[in-house]
Design a protein around this ligand. Structure first.
Ligand SMILES: NC(=O)c1ccc[n+]([C@@H]2O[C@H](COP(=O)([O-])OP(=O)(O)OC[C@H]3O[C@@H](n4cnc5c(N)ncnc54)[C@H](O)[C@@H]3O)[C@@H](O)[C@H]2O)c1
Length: 315
């Protein structure tokens, strides 16, 4: 199987590509990041075919997708604040780019598409756990574009092609930048604690999120790629169905740092006022994805954080 991974140089994408390559899949990557980027160089050395290009350019997609039978579409403008500052650009990349992916998929040899959506499509919905039908209260152009992608993928892709849309919650793991929109709180807390700086909590720290380790996300994508049971095209939450407060998260990270490197003193948190637009709690129902693909997340947050802290202290 040759898989086209768009956004393969990004956080989830590069972890996915590494796993695909080590499982003997062939991989083509399409991403705007330069092929001089160190992460990209590593993926090329591991055997990936890298195509530097933009999903707004249909010809670039067709070139990168040559010979592929499956597509994992992760490339996106991923910043909520950037989407507020420049909705036009956000929509060109996320809506226009995804429509180009659909056009390519419909004219090529593609059998199946797995595409990234986001928990952002739930906005302030407070019926926890969040079920797939409750989406639509979009609070930003980013969320609106992801919601539009879902409709486009389910209605515009040819009937004989499998399409599965995954609403990722807060994904964390190795190689995530502190500028990421989702679980950036994790690399940011870890970095600050290691450097002896106070981690910042916005609000009282009681706000909660549903964190999922990237390898659990990848195991689901792999299951979907090889699934031959003709599961109907649909949308799924991808999370752990476990709510963790930011305060609990900080305690977990502090304990993991102490356990790994006892000489590091854990600085106290500093508190700032709640950021506008921050939702109070988020927790997904994962019943639908479990019953469709027999998948369930394996990595508990405590274990995932400890591994990540060990990785960060080693690198
Ligand atoms: N990380 C999370 O917790 C999370 C949560 C919800 C949804 N998502 C979605 O999952 C996907 C992957 O997220 P991520 O965290 O790996 O983000 P990321 O920002 O690390 O990766 C996105 C990749 O897309 C590439 N890209 C951006 N614009 C492009 C363009 N015009 N053409 C080609 N490539 C382009 C970037 O260079 C980057 O490598 C995104 O669609 C994101 O919206 C992620």
């Amino acid at each position: 199987m040759r898989v086209l991974v768009t956004g393969g140089a990004g956080f989830i994408g590069h972890n996915l590509v590494k796993t695909l390559l080590s499982n003997q899949y062939q991989v083509n990557i399409l991403d705007i990041v330069s092929n001089e980027d160190s992460r990209v160089k590593t993926l090329i050395q591991m055997g990936a075919n890298y195509f530097q290009g933009d999903i707004r350019d249909l010809a670039a997609i067709s070139k990168a997708g040559q010979g592929c039978s499956h597509v994992v579409h992760l490339a996106a403008q991923t910043s909520v604040s950037a989407s507020m500052e420049n909705k036009t650009l956000n929509d060109e990349i996320n809506i226009g780019g995804t429509r180009n992916i659909i056009e390519f998929v419909n004219t090529g040899e593609i059998k199946k598409v797995v595409s990234a959506s986001s928990a952002a499509v739930y906005g302030n919905c407070d019926q926890m756990p969040l079920i797939e039908e409750s989406a639509g209260d979009c609070l930003s152009p980013y969320a609106e574009s992801k919601f539009q992608n879902e409709q486009d993928l389910l209605t515009m892709v040819n009937d004989d092609i499998g399409v599965h849309v995954l609403r990722f919650f807060n994904v964390y793991g190795p190689g995530q930048g502190t500028d990421s929109n989702y679980a950036a709180v994790i690399p940011s807390f870890i970095d600050n604690i290691i450097l002896g700086n106070s981690p910042t909590i916005f609000g009282d720290g009681n706000q909660s999120r549903d964190f999922i380790e990237v390898s659990d996300v990848i195991s689901l994508i792999l299951l979907i790629l090889i699934d031959d049971s003709e599961t109907p095209n649909d949308i799924y939450n991808v999370a752990t169905q476990t709510e963790t407060s930011i305060q609990e998260l900080l305690t977990l990270i502090g304990n993991s740092v102490s356990q790994t490197e006892s000489s590091i003193e854990i600085p106290p948190a500093s508190y700032q006022s709640k950021r506008s637009g921050d939702i109070d709690s988020s927790c997904a129902s994962i019943s639908k994805v479990k019953s469709a693909f027999g998948w369930q997340p394996k990595i508990e947050l405590k274990q995932g954080i400890l591994s990540l802290v060990e990785y960060e202290l080693r690198s």
